[in-house]
Design a protein around this ligand. Sequence first.
Ligand code: GLV
Ligand code: MN
Ligand code: MN
Length: 427
Amino acid sequence: MTAAPAMERSEGTDALAPLASALFAELRRLGGDGVGITRDSYGPGEDAAIAHVAEVARAEGIEVGFDAARNLVLSLPGEAPGPYVLCGSHLDSVPQGGNYDGAAGVVAGLLCLVAMRRAGVRPPRPVRVIGLRGEESAWFGKAYMGSSALFGLLTPDDLAAAHRRSGRSLGECMRDCGAAVDRIAAGERLLDPAEVAAYLELHIEQGPVMVARDLRTAVVTGIRGNIRHKRIVCRGEAGHSGAVPRWLRRDAVFAVAELLSRLDEHWRALLERGLDLVVTCGIIATNPDEHAISRIPGEVGFSFEVRSQSRDTLEAFYHLMRTECAGIAAQRKVEFAFDRRVDSPPARMDEAWVRRLVDLSGRLGLPTETVPSGAGHDAAVFANAGIPSAMVFVRNDNGSHNPREAMEMADFMAATGLLYRALLEPA
Ligand code: GLV
Ligand code: MN
Ligand code: MN
């Protein structure tokens, strides 16, 4: 193989559009659940996606391995020692999600290796592609599991978290997939950040901004963090809906409704002050075994999530939520019980990499805009571990975490071409 003459090589990935389409089609078939795509974290859905990507990589002469958290790791054969650029994304999905959230970044990384291999090009720094497991919080109430495991960041509580369907613990599910759970539980660092020169992740945009602004690709500046509770329970008192007057009721639904409308008002006011903030109650339910039109609800379970680019804003809003719960509990004679609080800190992308990607975008005739990421990504974990990290977003219609994700293949190939150039340009 020869050293890379940097800029004449974008056609390397352009020619791989049919391979990309075939990969996405097979991933769609494997993950199809009749409604959307389901690739459960540290479970069979994710395993199937990993096995397929590995099979295609092997057929292309790419080396296939796994790290101690059982993430898929791909590299060119005969890779030189020394710090490498790691690029990739995750291969799990939310239940009934879309085909591109996560998978796009792994497919893009694989295409870059295939293009290098087919053209006999060696990048200036070795490149490894990672197919991460367990990015989605939807399965265990904890995000970034495969990447956090690499840095000894999974706590005993994380490993005890129960799978939303089977109830089995994350630790058990990781062990079933072949991860070194004892080392992970001991908080061992499985990846030395000094080995990784940079982490690059291509991902679909999951909001409506790039479609609205007609941006095929964009470079990400930072990633929102979040604070979550998977389940808060508001307990009041069940009763006959006709027989109990308002002043004697302890209605859990009205209490939670008041809480949410107070939070919505705080949110609106904080946005007016220019803060970055989104607030979501994605799960809310009375108990179907006992609820009835004619019964005052004695109990409601709900989730809480606040996201922001700012740690201070996250903390302040979380505190506000707890204060409002205490006030409503006193006024309405209900109680709020909280499961464990789960934090994912915000992260800034590496400024030098952002500049480099913006510059390369300009040279490739792609948009030179930067955007913040509202959604969470493993890149935040790598960045917070001290590894210079950067992300390229691809335009995607209809949002994400739903079956209607719609990324144009031409946009994806343009973003992959940008990634390929970035890997071939000496940093
Ligand atoms: C990742 O999918 C997130 O929830 O932001
Ligand atoms: Mn997602
Ligand atoms: Mn994702």
